[in-house]
Design a protein around this ligand. Structure first.
Ligand SMILES: [Zn+2]
Length: 167
């Protein structure tokens, strides 16, 4: 993937090109590359948002917002898996194929016709519980953080203010 190419697509006046560029951002996992694109694209965010990206069953502008969000996350220090929250477009199997997450467990629920995944981000070790609805024409995935196991060091940190404040 040519980074200049992605940037050119996002800055294009052609809605289809912009949409294609958005998906390339969603599939990109290299933070340095994302930062380079972000530097050119984010200052022009308002102009890009003026394009109507269409979309039949779901608005394609949602993909644009997800692309902006991923670019914004890339400029900070949070793990890129933060982009999974609030998005329905990240297929855990595709993320796993790219070596970004590992699927620890997968179970199909016949009652709801949905698939549940236990995923682990291989960069920051965050654990996710993902529900995938793939029955319709438009598949979507909901990512939720699984509760972290409290380690002894974080437990100690939590106790400190209580000890100093009330004892
Ligand atoms: Zn992560």
């Amino acid at each position: 993937m040519d980074l200049n190419d992605v940037t050119t697509k996002l800055l294009s006046e052609d809605s289809h090109e912009i949409y294609t560029g958005c998906w390339e951002v969603l599939r990109l996992h290299d933070r340095d590359a994302l930062r380079l694109i972000a530097a050119s694209v984010l200052p022009k965010k308002a102009r890009i948002q003026m394009h109507d990206l269409g979309g039949a069953l779901r608005s394609n502008s949602e993909v644009l917002e997800q692309a902006f969000r991923k670019l914004e996350i890339s400029t900070g220090s949070k793990c890129l898996c933060t982009a999974y929250f609030g998005s329905t477009r990240y297929d855990p199997k595709k993320e796993a194929d790219c070596g970004i997450v590992s699927i620890e467990h997968e179970k199909f629920e016949e009652n709801t016709w949905s698939t549940h995944f236990d995923c682990l981000c291989l960069r920051c070790n965050r654990k996710f519980y993902v529900t995938g609805e793939e029955a319709g024409h438009v598949p979507y995935w909901t990512w939720q953080a699984k509760k972290r196991v409290v380690t002894s060091s974080t437990a100690r940190q939590k106790k400190c203010p209580v000890l100093s404040g009330h004892f």
